[in-house]
Design a binder for this molecule. Structure first.
Ligand code: SF4
Length: 83
């Protein structure tokens, strides 16, 4: 599958010029899940996670894989940059 993820969150480690996400995988979750779960619960174990209950609207969803550029937590998710 040739997937393109467009993103405008420019302070993310996986953001690249042209509004592209260059993470090899991401996890989108509800806001509550993203807030409650630690950084290592992310795309690398996504297949094992229980699907969340309904979000209800887009404001209640989040990119769990987001990590601030330069953060010491960059390696916590087990996700890599593709470029
Ligand atoms: S990991 Fe999430 S927030 Fe970061 S660039 Fe990709 S889609 Fe955007």
């Amino acid at each position: 599958m040739n997937q393109h993820i467009h993103c405008i969150v420019s302070d993310c480690h996986y953001y690249e010029q042209g509004n592209k996400c260059v993470a090899n995988e991401i996890l989108v979750s509800t806001d509550n899940f993203a807030i409650e779960q630690p950084d290592h619960i992310d795309a690398n174990i996504a297949k094992k996670l229980t699907p969340a209950s309904a979000a209800g609207n887009c404001m209640s969803t989040a990119c769990k894989t987001y990590v601030t550029k330069g953060s010491k937590k960059i390696n916590d998710e087990g996700v890599t940059r593709m470029s």
